[in-house]
Design a protein around this ligand. Structure first.
Ligand SMILES: Nc1ncnc2c1ncn2[C@@H]1O[C@H](COP(=O)(O)OP(=O)(O)OP(=O)(O)O)[C@@H](O)[C@H]1O
Length: 262
């Protein structure tokens, strides 16, 4: 599997007489199996616009998005999205929420529950299988959202600040869980966050974007998630000199962008 963003630009026309917004300019990005690509950058640098292009919610003004060589022309089951607000069906229980996409595809109940149960187990939700989702905590609801995205067996999992609404401790647990699942399923992931620490810990590749126009200004290959998955504790990884040094370097890039915008 290979997803290529090829010289993609997005210009939003303005509703009044102000100039149009150049949300993205000439973006080149490749996402392959086993890649965990994280996008980081000052507000308005085009992270969500880029995710929307990959999801097929939006078409580029120029350039193209190719999935295994075929142009992406709209949303598809090969790309699942997990949003910060989990958009679950509050009247359904956990298993029916997780199996919802399969139901839409017309898959019979027994077959869809079999797939859903695999991801319910993987995300530690077994004891809540038949609980209504409104009874769950925010962190658990987000796990239901991730399980639902995975049941469709997407080639690429797109995550737009999926952990942004969680408290600090739950967020760290969720980071570790997502990495463990990524390591089990070998999905390609495109992940947006505002947290530099989260970006460095989770990604195998980091893109740092700048606004006006939105573009990729820096790219880093990251070792930290693999160190965690090889057995090093998350706290140990995040406290290492290499991690802290890179964190300061990336923070400096982002602060410089935010100051330039102020
Ligand atoms: N539908 C739209 N119409 C007009 N302008 C838009 C639209 N969507 C986004 N924009 C503009 O495009 C630019 C990039 O927005 P985008 O939401 O992709 O940035 P972002 O990096 O995800 O921001 P944030 O971190 O604040 O969520 C911004 O200037 C935004 O105002």
């Amino acid at each position: 599997m290979a997803l290529h963003v090829d010289q993609a630009s997005v210009v939003f026309p303005s509703a009044d007489r102000r100039p149009p917004t150049e949300a993205l300019r000439a973006i080149d990005l490749t996402i392959e199996n086993d890649d965990f690509v994280v996008a980081l950058g000052a507000s308005g640098c085009g992270k969500s616009t880029l995710l929307n292009l990959i999801a097929g919610f939006l078409q580029p003004t120029t350039g193209q998005i190719l999935l295994d060589g075929h142009p992406v022309q709209g949303p598809g089951a090969d790309r699942s999205v997990v949003f910060q607000k989990h958009a679950l069906m509050p009247w359904l229980n956990v298993v029916d929420n997780v199996a919802f996409g399969l139901k839409l595809q017309g898959i019979p109940e027994a077959a869809r529950y079999k797939v859903a149960d695999r991801f319910i187990d993987l995300l530690g939700l077994k004891d809540f299988r038949t609980a209504p989702v409104y009874q769950l905590s925010g962190g658990m609801q987000q796990r239901v959202g991730i399980a639902r995205a995975l049941t469709c067996d997407p080639k690429v999992l797109l995550m737009d600040e999926p952990l942004g609404a969680l408290d600090a401790l739950t967020r760290e647990r969720a980071q570790e869980l997502i990495l463990t699942i990524w390591n089990t399923t070998h999905k390609a992931v495109f992940f947006i966050t505002h947290s530099v620490e989260e970006a460095l810990f989770m990604g195998t590749k980091l893109i740092v974007m700048s606004p006006r126009p939105g573009r990729i200004t820096h790219r880093f290959d990251l070792p930290f998630s693999r160190r965690f998955l090889a057995g090093e504790s998350a706290r140990h990884v995040k406290a290492s000199a290499e991690f802290i040094g890179l964190r300061e370097q990336v923070l400096e890039i982002i602060f410089a962008d935010e100051e330039a915008a102020a």
